[in-house]
Ligand binder design. Structure first.
Ligand code: BGC
Length: 716
């Protein structure tokens, strides 16, 4: 990656920072670098620290923000008043909260959002999350998480945008712009925090909080591009990862925090650790005590300490005895203050409950949540066009453990969503069927009732999957099968002989190999948020044509993990070894990356590449015609993949390099164009330099990572 000069910072802000810094005591400086949380001390002690200027930020988890729109239940303004009016310098507190996929209006989990393959939806949902959060006085959120996730055993895959660096980078860029705007400072925007820097998704064995083994090349080619994209979008803050890479904890990786982030990428916001990470250096056997941990962290480039207290307790002494140069302390304080100024905290330190009351969960926000949920739904199977169902169907059963769930639809990060806001699948179905249709519900917990009722219906919508607490932080699993008893339930309902439509909600891709062979229609719904039930009903009954595509590869069995489409080339597929060949063929994915069906048919034709040789800085344009050749209007996610045929290192079998969402009325044809430049072909070469290599490239334009029109071009 090329070196970039640090962005020129707003000089007026730099002046204000210098003025404020000049007035600060060492204690107040250390205080700015301290993020506290209710687990650290009592509320009274916390307020005493705020008064003394010993707190820079508060992590609001567990504090009364749940009713963010209700003044009586939101502590933000009272705490802020103490900071602004009762502390010596009146520096406001930067409140932080994990608003990962919406505050009160809850959107699909990030993995579901990624299944929507929509930059617009990523931007729109982040904008709304920002507006609701800002109105509640919270100006900082810890998202987007851009960890490339190739292991569905890992619970935090739910919070990710999936397995692909390009898709993840595009959505990261859009999300940062949604939270922050083009330039931070608008009243309805907040500071984003890209995390977890870096390689957290590569946790060994999918076990959260373990180490990652990542080569420098894989780090550069696979794990860093999405962070780079967030920095390019102007992300205000970066969070380090819990893990180490090759023995160096990310929290003290000078390579990541100084060489890459500051020097190469020119990042000028602040770096916060993940929860307790400075203290965890002791557990990682890197620091003997908290003072040593604090010294290592600040010298490695950490600016803010998330709740460990090591900075607040030790920095003043460390600077006093010369172990930490005062310049390091000042650097960190400058970085933190820069973001406080940029986000407008000094001008607008308080929540605006009037505004909050008007915008939180307003109709427009719900509409965006509905559209994002609709886009996130992936139609995995639809034998004999069982779907869409007719709204005039006589008797429909909506059954299964998640058919009438509410809070479960809100997913694994949910700081303020309320179950009473949620539309269940059963309610959604009732709202779209004709007045004459009988909808059987209930029986979620009672299998006998369920079977008896189901057998009276013309079709059964069976809603199964994971409780959201089965995914997320620390929620790793060892087998990708559905939760206990659910596959058995599906088999028994299937045995009733009525057509079954399976809806699966989950925080990861699950092993659906049995269902994929026997159940005629399958919709993958992730955890779809407040409007999820309505979105599912709209798709099942054809009000909306499904258009989601898998952002991860679905394996046939847990033992296939890791399984991802952009793997390296290998010699096992050699046809001269028939046995191996068959074994490999059998081991292909159940559903490939980028896969998803529609109620209509999209035909691809007229691939063109012009010119067919790429020279110097002039790019090429790859175009193809997409025709809606079926019976319904619909949207298709058109994907571009590239293979570098011969290179100095073993390169992936193919890599996503572009995608576009196109809406086509039935019968309509549109030409989709992708521009490809030399930089898009760059990778870490055998000598570890970053760049492309001349030669032949194969490209595919298609509906998923396994199909498409094929062509080639030459890079001179
Ligand atoms: C998680 C972060 C999160 C932080 C604050 C940590 O445990 O790893 O992703 O932002 O807590 O809630």
């Amino acid at each position: 990656m090329k070196k970039r000069m640090p962005a020129a910072s707003d000089s007026a802000i730099e002046q204000k920072i210098n003025e404020l810094l000049g007035k600060m005591t060492p204690e107040e400086k250390a205080g700015q670098l301290h993020q506290t949380h209710k687990s650290c001390c009592s509320y009274e002690d916390m307020m005493a620290m705020v008064r003394k200027g010993r707190v820079g930020s508060i992590l609001l988890w567990g504090m009364p923000t749940g009713r963010a729109d209700d003044e009586r239940e939101n502590a933000v303004n009272e705490i802020q008043r103490i900071a602004v009016e009762e502390s010596r310098l009146g520096t406001p507190i930067l409140f932080g909260l994990d608003v990962i996929h919406g505050l009160r209006t809850v959107f699909p989990i990030p993995l579901g959002l990624a299944a929507g393959w929509s930059r617009d939806a990523a931007l729109a949902t982040a904008s709304i999350a920002a507006a609701e959060t800002a109105s509640a006085g919270i100006r900082w959120t810890f998202t987007p998480m851009v960890d490339i996730s190739r292991d569905p055993r890992w619970g935090r895959i739910a919070e990710s945008f999936g397995e692909d660096p390009y898709l993840c980078s595009e959505l990261a860029f859009a999300a940062v712009r949604g939270y922050q705007g083009e330039k931070l400072g608008a009243p309805d925007k907040i500071a984003a925090c890209v995390k977890h820097f870096a390689g957290y998704g590569a946790a060994v064995g999918g076990r959260d909080h373990t180490n990652s083994n990542i080569s420098e090349r894989a780090l550069r080619d696979i794990y860093l591009p999405s962070f780079r994209a967030a920095v390019k979008a102007g992300v205000a803050t970066v969070m380090t990862a819990f893990n180490d890479i090759d023995g160096i904890p990310c929290t003290v990786s000078k390579y990541l925090l100084k060489d890459v982030l500051r020097e190469e990428w020119g990042f000028d916001g602040f770096v916060v650790t993940d929860f307790q990470c400075i203290d965890y250096l002791r557990l990682q056997g890197i620091a003997a005590d908290k003072a040593e941990a604090a010294e290592m962290a600040i010298k490695s480039g950490i600016d803010m300490d998330m709740v460990s207290g090591c900075f607040n307790d030790h920095l003043v002494q460390l600077v006093g005895k010369g172990a930490v140069p005062v310049e390091e302390l000042d650097r960190a304080v400058r970085n933190v203050l820069r973001i406080k100024f940029r986000v407008g905290l000094f001008e607008r330190p308080y929540a605006d409950f009037n505004l909050a009351g008007k915008i939180i969960l307003c109709e427009n926000h719900k509409k965006v949540a509905l559209e994002a949920a609709e886009k996130s739904l992936v139609l995995l199977r639809n034998e004999n066009h069982l779907l869409p169902l007719s709204p005039d169907i006589k008797r429909i059963a909506v059954m299964g453990p998640l058919s009438e769930s509410r809070s479960e639809l809100l997913g694994c990060w949910n700081p303020a969503g309320r179950s009473e806001d949620v539309i269940t699948v059963a309610e959604g179905v009732k709202s779209v069927v004709s007045p004459g249709t009988t909808v059987f519900t209930g029986g979620g917990g009672f299998e006998d009732t369920l079977l008896t009722t189901s057998s009276k219906a013309d079709a059964v919508i069976l809603v199964v999957g994971e409780h959201p607490l089965r995914s997320g932080e620390g929620r790793d699993i060892t087998s990708l099968t559905l939760p206990a008893g659910q596959e058995e339930l599906i088999r028994r309902v299937h045995n009733c002989g009525i057509p079954v439509i399976l809806v699966v909600m989950a925080g990861r891709q699950l092993d659906l190999s049995w269902a994929a062979e026997h159940i005629p229609a399958i919709v993958y719904a992730w955890h779809p948020g407040t409007m999820g039930g309505q979105a599912i009903a709209n798709v099942l009954f054809g009000k909306v044509n499904p258009s989601g595509k898998t952002p991860v590869t679905f394996p046939r069995t847990t033992g296939q993990i890791p399984l991802y489409y952009n793997c390296k080339r290998n010699i096992f597929g050699n046809p001269s070894n028939m046995q191996n060949y068959l074994e490999i063929a059998r081991q292909g994915p159940l559903f490939p990356f980028g896969f998803g069906l529609s109620y209509t048919r999209f035909d691809y034709s007229n691939l063109s590449i012009s010119p067919d040789t790429m020279t110097g800085n002039s790019g090429i344009v790859i175009a193809a015609d997409i025709t809606n050749a079926g019976e319904a209007d619909g949207e298709e996610v058109v994907q571009l993949y590239v293979k570098d045929c011969i290179a100095s290192v073993n390169r992936p079998v193919k890599e996503l390099k572009g995608f576009d969402r196109v809406y086509l009325r039935r019968g309509e044809t549109k030409t989709v164009k992708f521009k490809l430049n030399e930089v898009d072909l760059a990778f870490t070469r055998s000598d570890m330099s970053w760049g492309s290599e001349p030669g032949e490239f194969i490209i595919w334009v298609g509906p998923d990572s396994e199909r498409g029109l094929q062509g080639s071009f030459v890079l001179k």
